[in-house]
Design a binder for this molecule. Sequence first.
Ligand code: SF4
Length: 346
Amino acid sequence: MQNVLEIISWYKKNLRELPWRQTNDPYKIWLSEVVLQQTQVVQGSSYYARFIEEFPDIRALAAAGEQEVLKLWQGLGYYSRARNLHKTAQIIDDQYHGKFPDDYKSLLSLPGIGDYTASAIMSFAFGKPYPALDGNVYRVIARLYDIELAINEPASRKVFIKILNEMIENANPAEFNNAMMELGALVCRPEKPDCLNCPVSGHCLALKKGTVSKRPVKNRMVKRKKRYFNYFHLSFGDVHYLEKRGAGDIWQHLWQMPLIESAGELNEADSLICMENELLYSPVYEKGGRKTVKHILTHQDIYAVFTEIKLKRKPSFRKDGFLQVNKDEVLNYPVPVLIEKFLLSL
Ligand code: SF4
């Protein structure tokens, strides 16, 4: 296919030197792919370097504690990625003697590895012809072939994969996947694609038909959710109190100040009544400052209010599971970015 040759030849002249492109070690490739999901290359690169330094191979990662992995991940968001990274490392260590399986089905059975990551590992580490279909590649193909199907509908994937399977057939799989992603990232950008300097503009159907800005098509996403978090920054002398977030929600297993989530915004008096009714038995305290922060996640907006409470006697909590930590130790625990920013602002 002529367009494949043109894309690869463009890639060889324009590629960015990225650390994970200098290796075919499946551990490093997998790590880079997981770190880079929903993350910009610049930010992802520093996390990748930190992980490689701390855990140079899969056995080192498998031997680490979950809290250690979460702490290193702090700030990247989507913490389930870090938990899955750790679980997968342990499975590979236990069941595959520390070596990544080199077949697609086994890769797919591992936590956190979906079609895209399995294809990336198969092509970059093992040289097998599996097209890696990420957001950049969806966009290039949707424009090149002027495809009207919504890319967020699961059924569309087959159509894109069929085209890519034909394209990758006669190419070096790693080079082809890298070239497609790079073209999407540098030239066929979401806004203002650089069609004048595109190596395949002569074949591009969307350019010919004037539909570039309408491709790719996406169906409307679900409505954003609003949540109201009332954090109580409790201290008794130098001792601070933390709780661990449970399963089934954002920031699973990260630490935070005691929290009461409410259905709507609470004024100060109501939030203190909630604290006395739901969190502590007969607290004696002096109220400090109150700070409101809006924190935006992909599908939800968090309206957080932090209230500083200086306890005058040791607290008696209405439920178990609170941890006492020294003031200087709070940031040694993995916490959501929202909490970290608040603590650093004090
Ligand atoms: Fe994308 Fe423009 Fe190239 Fe078409 S010509 S693939 S729209 S950059």
